[in-house]
Ligand binder design. Sequence first.
Ligand SMILES: Nc1ncnc2c1ncn2[C@@H]1O[C@H](COP(=O)(O)OP(=O)(O)O[C@H]2O[C@H](CO)[C@@H](O)[C@H](O)[C@H]2O)[C@@H](O)[C@H]1O
Length: 485
Amino acid sequence: MNHRSSYDGLRSLNNIDLIQMKARPKMSVRRKGLNRENGREFGIIVCGNGMNVVFVGAEVAPWSKTGGLGDVLGGLPPAMAANGHRVMTVSPRYDQYKDTWDTSVLVEVWGKTGGKLYGPVTGNDYQDNQLRFSLLCQAALEAPRVLNLNSNENFSGPYGEDVVFIANDWHTALLPCYLKSIYKPNGIYRSAKVVFCIHNIAYQGRFAFSDFSLLNLPDQFKSSFDFIDGYNKPVKGRKINWMKAGILESDRVLTVSPYYAEELVSGIEKGVELDNILRKTGITGIVNGMDVQEWNPKTDKYIDINYDATTGTGKKNMEKQLEMLEIDYPDKARGVAKFNVPLAHKIIAGANILVIPSRFEPCGLIQLQSMRYGTPAMVSTTGGLKDTVKDGVTGFHMGPFSIICEDVDPADVDAIVTTVKRVLKIYETPQFEEMMQTCMAQDLSWKGPVKKWEEVLLSLDVSGSEPGIEGEEMAPLAKENVATP
Ligand SMILES: Nc1ncnc2c1ncn2[C@@H]1O[C@H](COP(=O)(O)OP(=O)(O)O[C@H]2O[C@H](CO)[C@@H](O)[C@H](O)[C@H]2O)[C@@H](O)[C@H]1O
């Protein structure tokens, strides 16, 4: 396991100052470098003590990422640390990442997987994934107690037991179960709480019912895992369902947008057979933020011409190149089915319109990325796309699409054609220009979402938890060694 240490103290002078608050609760803080006069520092901020927060997940960008889960775990924890909380993220070490360091608490469990996160090839899982993710949960429960993280003299040592765990997706669902069965009965983590966050309900961790015996849990947990699978992919029938248990055994359930939260409880199809469970527990949606430093058209290292809202206009030579491309490729289309970060940046920066015809979309990050680059998106009306794209203001809505993946519904094709016509009517008019400006003027960073996360975490009443402060937006620690699927 690679225990990524607390983000505090490692990022900037500003953050080091925030850490000092932790050591002296409700104190006045000098924020060095912010206000200076004649060489003397001044500037007082009165603030709370913050919280101890432990994120747990199967991916964390930039080290391991197959999609948005990695992005969120690379962005939200540093943004919470920037607000004065003590934050760590526990995630598997799939490879020998250059910029990670040894905590000297090293347990090699399944060996390096060379950047292959869930299986040797896409769609083919490791046979022992249950063991792997069980160990991830066990490691995450040990980390706050045993890792001696010397971030800074005021903010060092183990986190202790007054922590909030944020478990993400099915891979982390055993965490609240082990907390309740192993730790709490022994007087450990008495006031600790668990938030379970659903990024994508389509993956639930459904396994043979007899596998319950592998999980090292007492029989009273069986009912939380017990599940009748209604789909014949691969077989119907009685199973264990990790996500169901994660939802039932956690203290709060969150997801990544308010509208997706509504969809999840709306019925069996959108809730993928867990809608009844979520209606019981309740679920809250908070829209994701994005990494506004990695995705910044002004400084993006992957695109040839950097730009901002004042230079969003087309370059003549590029227009010429586009004309040439059309002549060379009369079919006018290209399909690239590769995970290619530079190309993803180039497409988002270069496109005039991004079409996102999702059947479902818990939050969606590419529409945020595209709006930041002044590229309005044409989206289906589902999940976070509904919450983040305003029709006629920052993009175009096409209505909800059929969720039956096997067929293409002709009504959806019509919706795309009608919307393209609507877009073309205003394309290259001042109205479209204004739309691009509005897209780029939005604050899509983690600053807003993190406040909502704080509110939820504080409401759990973990001992010693206090609000943080208004922090600066922070990017993840490193930008190299992204493990691709
Ligand atoms: N070919 C390619 N090459 C390189 N990079 C590529 C790529 N295709 C996509 N990406 C990048 O991968 C990320 C995709 O994130 P999304 O949130 O859009 O979807 P995903 O389904 O992975 O996430 C799930 O979790 C997230 C986080 O909560 C929710 O937003 C989302 O709705 C949910 O489905 C973006 O950063 C995008 O730029």
